[in-house]
Structure formats: C-alpha cells, structure tokens
Design a protein around this ligand. Sequence first.
Ligand code: HEC
Ligand SMILES: [Cu+2]
Length: 339
Amino acid sequence: MNPRVVLASSGLMMLPSALQGEPSMAYQRTFGPAVDPITRLGWGLGIISLSVIVIIGALLLGGIFRKRSTIPAAELPQPTARDDAGGMAWIYIGTGTTVLILIGCVVWTLLVTAAVAEPAGAREMTVEVTASQWWWSLRYDNQNPGQIFNTANEIHIPVGRPVRFELSSADVIHSFWVPQLAGKMDVIPGQTNVAWMQADKAGVYRGQCAAFCGPQHAHMALLVVAETPEAFAAWREGQVTESVMPATDEAHHGQLIFETHCAPCHTIRGVTPAGIRGPDLTHLMTRRTLAAGLLPNTPENLTGWIASPQFFKPGAHMPDHILSGPELIAVAAYLHTLN
Ligand code: HEC
Ligand SMILES: [Cu+2]
C-alpha cells in the first residue's frame, strides 16, 4: 500500500497534538552553570548594540530634519579657529567612546569565554558524539571496556555533574548546541572538539544542530535528559546490556527480517553488531523520539517511519523499504521488544 495512505489512516498526520500530550516532552527552562554568564553577555552585547543604533539613528535624523539657515552661505560669518577646535573635540569624543565600548565588549567576551571554558569541578564522564546527516551517534566512555556502550539522539546525564563531550563529524560541519545548558560548539570533520555541560535541575532539554548541514538540518535535534545520579545509573545499566531473544514468534520473525534488511546499517548488540550507518537500536524503546527529535516514539510513528522514512524526512540516509504489510508489522513488533 502507498505509505501515505497507511500514515493518513493511522492518525499519524496529527503530530503536533501527539507531542503536546506527552508529559516527558515538557521542556524545562532551567539552566546549568555555563549558561548564566553566556546569557548575560548575549543580552549585554545586544543592548549595547541596540543603544548605539538608536543614538546614531537619532543624531542622523536630527541632522536631516534640523531647520536650515536661509542666509546664503557667502553671507554667513566665517568659522573661527575656536569653532574648528570645538568640532574636532566632538570627533575625538565620538571616536574615543566607540573604541572604549568596543574594547569593553571584547574584554567582557574574552572573560566569559574563559570562565565557561572549563567546569568548576572534575568531569564526571566523557561522551563521544559523532554528528552525521542528520542524527547524533553517542558513545559513553568508561575505563572498564565492558561498560562502554553506544546509543543515539538522547543523551542522559546525572544532575549537578559536569560531563565532557568529544565532538566529531562523520560528514559535514555540524554544531552541537543545547541552549539551556551550554554554548555552541562546532563539530568539524577530521577534528575532535571538546565541550562540557552540566544541568543543575532534572529535566529534558532540547538541543539542535546549529550549523546548516543539508536539507534535513532543521530535523537534527537531540534531547538531554538530566536525571538524579540513581536514575542515571539505572539507565546506564540498562543501556550496557545486550539485546535479548524476543519471546513471541511474530517478533522473532521480525528479527529475521531485520537481519536481512536493516542490519547493514543498524547495530543491535547481541544480534546485528556491525551496522554503523544508522543509529544503534539496541535500546530503541527507551528513547523518547525517533529520527533525531522529529517524531515522538509511539508505536504508530515507529511503524510509519519503517514504512517510509523518506515521507517524514526526505533525503535522510535511510531508504524506504518495500516490506509487505505482515513483514512491516513483524519488524515493528520486534523493535518493540528493544527495551
Ligand atoms: C542504508 C542504511 C539504512 C538501512 C538499510 C536502514 N536504516 Fe534505519 N536509519 C538509517 C539512518 C541513517 C537513520 C537516521 C535517520 C535520521 O534521523 O536522519 C535511521 C533511523 C532509523 C530509526 C530511528 C532511530 C532513532 O533512534 O531515531 C529506526 C527505528 C530505524 N532506522 C529502523 C530501521 C529498520 C527497521 C530498517 C530495516 C527495515 C532500517 N532502519 C534500515 C539508516 C538505515
Ligand atoms: Cu545542521
């Protein structure tokens, strides 16, 4: 069947209301320690620039609309040396003020940049982030190799602890930005940039690629879930585990179809270990969204996405698959077991 028909008949077209109803999607407006100085700087520079524009605009308008003398220029008294000196004084004052304001802005910017470059405390852990068109691959480092795991698009961090990020790109230039928690950092092919982030309050914070990286750039979001250290430890423990054999026949049938069609690109640890072109799906069902923040992770959206990723995200590097209806349902049933 035409995927559009499947989507329309399954209520998928009503995405916005589906998003609103999801309690976990209630984004919070609280910040980490790096954000206050950056926010103050942003507002400060904005207000200074705006004041300069307003003052210069007012002077310009004043000059344009000032009443002009009707006496012919030749009959005007010649300016004296004192008048000239007064005029020059204004030029010095104007230039001097401009230079001072600009130097002030530079110094302030440098101080803020230096202040937020490093966290106050020791960094809790390192997450390697690899940006691809148009999703985020995540690898949680650990001294114990058995504790290292991959996931995608949803970063979990413990509240109140600084986390280090090593950012690299698999294709073009991207930019890693979670505005409520930290400044932007470019993600550049062939280079590893380091950033850090700390959330002082539990919550779900939305991030977004902030450097135009192709047609689906706007749909390259990520979520940062900041949670208590206990909840984080529980999440991490779940993520480390390998996938278990599905219990039902249908899901098992779905797994076989997955191994044929999807394994070249997707890793499910314990089942299809080699796919790296698409997100790691080992614990897909623990994630809140699909396709880098594009769709809430509901059963309807998951089936719709497998049926036609190109309908939702034209140009995304996952092809539409020609699966029969029963095959589609079996694959979806299998993915539902990936907790
Ligand atoms: C050619 C490589 C490729 C193949 C084959 C492929 N995918 Fe994907 N898949 C991707 C890419 C790339 C993405 C990320 C798309 C994006 O968000 O831009 C993705 C995303 C997904 C997602 C969303 C994951 C998330 O966390 O957002 C699911 C679920 C998924 N694929 C399932 C499947 C299934 C099921 C199949 C087999 C029927 C399959 N894929 C076949 C490349 C592939
Ligand atoms: Cu981008």
